[in-house]
Design a protein around this ligand. Sequence first.
Ligand code: ADP
Ligand code: MG
Length: 324
Amino acid sequence: MNEFALIEKYFTHRTRHTLLGVGDDAALIRVRRGHTLAISVDMLVEGRHFFKGADPAALGHKALAVNLSDLAAMGATPRWATLALALPGADTRWLAAFTGGFMRLARAHGVDLIGGDTTRGPLNLCVQIMGEVPAAQALRRDGARAGDEVWVSGTLGDAALAVAARKREVRIAAAQLRAAARRLDRPVPRVALGAALRGIAHSAIDISDGLLADLGHVCERSGMCAQIDVDALPVSRVLRAMRATRVGRRLALAGGDDYELCFTAPAARRAAVLRAGARAGVAVTCVGSIFKRRRGYRGAPVRVVSARGEGVRLDGVTGFDHFG
Ligand code: ADP
Ligand code: MG
C-alpha cells in the first residue's frame, strides 16, 4: 500500500467543524467568535513512552488522550487534531488497530482529524490538538492565588503503580495489576471537568509527571507556595492498602501518567467546585492550599504534611523529568 492509499484508508474521516480537512496542503478551520484557539502537541516515542510491541489500539487512544488532557487543563473544548507518524513499515493490522483506538476517542470528544504527516522511521507518534476556549477564560498555570484550595480529580498513583509492578518493583495481585494498567494504558482525559471549571478555578494543570512536580509548576508560575496533606490524596482501591507506606505515598505524590487535573480555586467557591465535579461525573478532592511565597524563598514550592499536620520527609521524591 503506498503512502497516499494509506492516508486515504486510515486517516481520512468525516469532519464536523472543519472547513477543509485531510487531502490538501493545509487544513482550514474557523474559530468561533469570542473564542481563543488553544494548541498543544505531545510526542510518544517507542522505548521511551511505551514499550516495543505495545497494543496499537491502546497507543492510538493514549496518543490522543494525553493531548486532550492538556486541553482539559486549559479549560478548552477540543475540536481538531493532527497526527504525525513515523512508522517502521505499512503494517495494516497495526494501522487499523491504532486508528481504531485514536478515532474512537476522537469521535467521543467531537474531535476532527484534519491532517498530519506519514513517514517511514522508528515508531514515533506525534499528535497536535487544537481547541476553543471562551476568550480570557482559559485556566492557566499562573493564576493561583493565596487562599486558594488545591484540588485533584479522580485518584492518583495507579498508572505509576502499574509501571512499578511491570518492572517488578512492587508485587500486586494480577487483578489489581489489570486495574492499574488500565489507568496507564487507557487514561481518561478530564475534558468535561476542565470546561466545567471555567470561571471557578484560578489555575489548573494536568498531572502527567506527578502531583508534586505539576503542582510545583503551578506554584512557580504563580509565584506561590502550596501545602498538601498526603493523607488526603485520593487513591484507588488498589492503592488504598499501601497508602500509608513509603511506596504508596511516593506513587500518589510523584507517580506520573495519571492525567488527572490539579487545580486551585478560592475556598469560597467550594460548592461550585463540587458541582462542577458532579456535572462532569468525576470525584474532586481538596488536598491542600496555596499561600504567599515569602520574598527570597528558595525552598521547594510544595510542602507535604500528614493528616496530623506534621511535615513529611520526601527523601528525594520528585516528579518525572526526562533530562533529570
Ligand atoms: P504534503 O506533501 O503537502 O506534506 P502529504 O502527502 O504529507 O502532504 O499529506 C497529504 C494529506 O494527508 C495532507 O492533507 C496531510 O495533512 C494528510 N495526512 C498525511 N498523513 C496524515 C496522518 N497520519 N493523519 C492525518 N492526515 C494525514
Ligand atoms: Mg507531509
